[in-house]
Write a new protein. Structure first.
Lengths: 113, 111
């Protein structure tokens, strides 16, 4: 199946830990993203990564770092997790074409206790 | 001021009625507009996109764009209970694909 897949689906961890979420797309898209959806369902862009160019939303703490080993993968590493990091994190991809729709992964529900 | 605004709802309509979902945006330079549907616990899925002023129809869905008023809407005709979901408006406010989402409108279609 062609898709955007992310793992794990659920992640429960304690404050202060470091965790990673993995994302892979086999759609041949050039651009990948990470979005955060909080408890109020607001989807906010965190990062955009296109051809090794990283665009960071300035409101994202530097504890969050995206890592892209190749065009098909964009992982999200989070250091020193905080309670406020609890949310659903969505990976997405799109073709390089300007203003193309996003294709979302199924999300990772992160719970920090 | 939020860049993309939607009424959070819930918007409740009877089965078979027309549901009208509205979205306003603040950046006059926005070029592309998207409607996503999100069921509870699921990821957003694209319903429609529109780039030009006017109406765009796809089955039971019609997107309407008025750039002068900075307003985009989604009409769902013959609403079904399966349409019950949160509808997210998204706008491309930068050159490129950095979509900014509204907070979503929860639609409830009652049998």
């Amino acid at each position: 199946d062609t898709a955007v897949s992310q793992t794990p689906k659920y992640l429960v961890t304690q404050m202060g830990n470091d965790k990673s979420i993995k994302c892979e797309q086999n759609l041949g898209h050039d651009t990948m993203y990470w979005y955060k959806q909080d408890s109020k369902k607001f989807l906010k862009i965190m990062f955009s990564y296109n051809n090794k160019e990283l665009i960071i939303n300035e409101t994202v703490p530097n504890r969050f770092s995206p890592k892209s080993p190749d065009k098909a993968h964009l992982n999200l590493h989070i250091n020193s997790l905080e309670l406020g990091d609890s949310a659903v994190y969505f990976c997405a991809s799109s073709p390089r074409t300007l203003d193309s729709p996003l294709h979302f992964g199924n999300g990772t529900r992160l719970t920090v206790t | 001021q939020k860049e993309v605004e939607q009424n959070s709802g819930p918007l409740s309509v009877p089965e078979g009625a027309i549901a009208s979902l509205n979205c306003t945006y603040s950046d006059r330079g926005s070029q592309s507009f998207f409607w996503y549907r999100q069921y509870s616990g699921k990821s957003p899925e694209l319903i429609m996109f529109i780039y030009s002023n006017g109406d765009k129809e796809d089955g039971r869905f019609t997107a309407q764009l008025n750039k002068a008023s900075q307003y985009v809407s989604l009409l769902i005709r013959d609403s079904q209970p399966s349409d019950s979901a949160t509808y997210l408006c998204a706008v491309s406010v930068n050159a490129g694909n950095m979509l900014t989402f509204g907070g979503g409108t929860r639609l409830m279609v009652k049998p």
